[in-house]
Design a protein around this ligand. Structure first.
Ligand code: SF4
Length: 225
């Protein structure tokens, strides 16, 4: 059982809110210290009736400035990969395990460099993800990268070994006031993990890494058919 940090987003998550209400409330979240240096909360965005949820790690520099998930360079890779895999982003919901941008600044220059959120920050932010998933009840959750996959399956999960495989979605302990709408006729939720699209941008063999991302997303697309 994961140890829950003393301070989390739980007290900021409103009861009985819809997605718009959650998004609005998340603007004021102080569930961990990441809100202190980021520009704004970057909440999930997309189709409220989505069958598929795409889960990333955290907003990047451009997402932090614009307030929307996956709108920077990695988002453009994701968009193309979704097209190539036959998944319609406009009918999906896109979010992150952590809703504020974590970064460091090098000694020289103004660039903000991505820093991976730690386990305590992921757990602190999880009440938002639980509330999103409880409202959306997606048939398919696609975890983009190790942080997203570990947020769902726990720290022992290895994307390198288990990517591109449909797996049963564990229950995160979604709050009962949001959960419970699932029809008996809807299929059990499935998770497919793959790499984060930013890995394509960092790779020397970009074509090969991109092809692997698309192959995993095609496995995910088959879950929806
Ligand atoms: S990262 Fe999550 S828990 Fe931390 S302040 Fe932002 S929204 Fe709240």
């Amino acid at each position: 059982m994961a140890r829950i940090p003393a301070r989390t987003a739980a007290e900021f998550v409103p009861e009985d809110a819809d997605l718009a209400g959650l998004k609005d409330a998340a603007r004021s979240c102080e569930g961990c210290d990441l809100y202190l240096s980021a520009t704004q909360t970057v909440f999930g965005d997309g189709d409220p009736d989505a069958r598929v949820v795409l889960l990333g790690e955290q907003p990047g520099d451009q997402e932090d400035r614009r307030g929307q998930p996956f709108v920077g360079p990695a988002g453009r890779v994701l968009d193309q990969a979704l097209v190539d895999a036959g998944i319609d982003r406009s009918r999906a919901y896109v979010t992150n395990a952590v809703k504020h941008f974590k970064f460091t600044r090098p000694e020289r220059g103004k660039r903000r460099l991505h820093k991976t959120p730690n386990r305590a920050e992921i757990l602190a932010c999880r009440p938002w993800l639980e509330a999103e998933l409880a409202l959306l009840e997606p048939e398919l959750l696609i975890c983009l990268g190790a942080t997203a996959a570990k947020a769902i399956f726990g720290p022992a999960f290895k994307v390198t070994e288990q990517r591109g495989i449909p797996l049963p979605r564990p229950n995160l302990g979604e709050r009962s006031e949001h959960a419970g709408k699932r029809s008996e006729h809807r299929p059990a939720p499935v998770v497919v993990a793959t790499i984060h699209p930013s890995a394509v941008l960092r790779a020397e063999n970009q074509d090969e890494v991109y092809a692997g991302l698309v192959a995993d997303l095609r496995v995910a697309a088959d879950v929806l058919t």
